[in-house]
Ligand binder design. Structure first.
Ligand code: ADP
Ligand code: F6P
Length: 325
């Protein structure tokens, strides 16, 4: 073990994601197993600034691997975005003897981690967001569960949509990214997927034409998956109903997509990422983010990770077009 890191902290920040608890558990248990002291920091950076910090023991994380949400709570903290707030956060870490922190969250949370690292607190990011919008990694904690939750909800909407011979537009989360929409579009056999990365003024006209042509060949109901980043599902439903004469309803799935017990994949990958973050701290590393690429867990410099950009999967997107003809 390095002489440098003796006490580590763990916090969750930004939107919660199913699997964050599995990651917290892994940080605590891997840290204790390696002889470190581990402190849980409540409510993200807000709790750090307010010194809402508790010692974590093995039993602190018992019975949580299967639970959605985050036992440490989470927040969005404006003060952390100021130089004064960042300095205060570093000072609080020193006061509590915390010389390494694992930050579980999204890109925004990693910017906070980057600032803490520059102020001398060894900091490692773990990607936790249902949106899958972190460029350096093919996996983020919670995406798999959110997709499964949305997929099951869309299956239910399909039942009633089919009974009434309607068109249904279902809006899924993802902020400015269309990954959840794309995966649900495929897994729910939708006729059209709208994603912000391929925002196109002709999309609605194409949807209307597709509905008409599908009706001509005997299709009696239609599923359109719309990403939050496109939005306006209710207005879209009205326009589609007017143009096609087919009853159209919009369903915005909302925050249910962030809840629920994590899938097996989210539990396992979150555990692996949490444990790896501890190992990086033990190796004396800082300003790194844990990632999953090409079938392996790895890590990136946070500056590099934040400068990378991400598109939706081109092959999956073109496949949606082929399979919905
Ligand atoms: P996410 O981590 O899911 O992307 P946010 O973008 O809301 O979520 O960021 C979470 C928190 O991270 C913010 O509320 C803030 O406390 C911190 N944060 C975001 N951007 C910065 C920044 N540029 N500098 C310092 N802290 C930041
Ligand atoms: O980043 C996760 C996410 O659920 C996004 O998909 C969504 O845009 C946003 O958070 C919603 O945030 P809030 O919980 O603040 O409404």
């Amino acid at each position: 073990m390095s002489d440098k890191v003796k006490t580590i902290g763990v916090l969750t920040s930004g939107g919660d994601a199913p699997g964050m608890n599995a990651a917290i558990r892994a940080v605590v248990r891997a840290g204790l197993d390696s002889g470190l002291k581990v402190k849980g920091i409540y409510r993200g950076y807000a709790g750090l600034l307010e010194e809402d910090i508790m010692d974590m023991e093995t039993m602190s994380v018992s019975d949580i691997v299967q639970r959605g949400g985050t036992i440490l709570y989470t927040s969005r903290c404006k003060r952390m975005m100021t130089p004064e707030g960042q300095q205060q956060a570093a000072d609080v870490c020193r006061k509590h003897g915390i010389d390494g922190i694992v930050v579980i969250g999204g890109d925004g949370s990693f910017r906070g981690a980057q600032k803490l690292s520059a102020l001398g607190i060894n900091t490692i990011g773990v990607p936790g967001t249902i949106d899958l919008d972190i460029a350096c990694t093919e996996y983020t904690i919670g995406f798999d569960t959110a997709c499964n939750t949305a997929m099951e909800a869309i299956d239910k909407v399909r039942d009633t949509s089919a009974s009434h011979e309607r068109c249904s537009i279902i809006e899924v989360m993802g902020r400015t990214a269309g990954h959840i929409a794309l995966w649900c579009g495929i897994s729910n056999g939708s006729e059209y997927v709208l994603v912000p990365e391929r925002s196109d003024s002709q999309a609605e006209a194409e949807i209307i034409e597709k509905i008409r042509s599908k009706r001509r060949i005997g299709k009696k109901h239609h599923i359109i998956v719309n990403a939050e980043g496109i939005g306006h599902s209710h207005e879209m439903a009205k326009r589609i109903e007017e143009a096609t004469g087919i009853e159209t309803r919009a369903t915005v799935l909302g925050h249910m997509q962030r809840g629920g017990n994590p899938t097996c994949r989210d539990r396992v990958y979150a555990s692996a990422m949490g444990a790896r973050a501890v190992d990086l701290l033990i190796e004396g590393k800082t300003n790194r983010v844990v990632a999953y690429r090409n079938g392996h867990f790895t890590d990136f410099d946070i500056d590099e990770a934040l400068s990378m950009t991400k598109d939706i999967d081109r092959h999956l997107y073109s496949m949606t077009k082929r399979l919905s003809r």
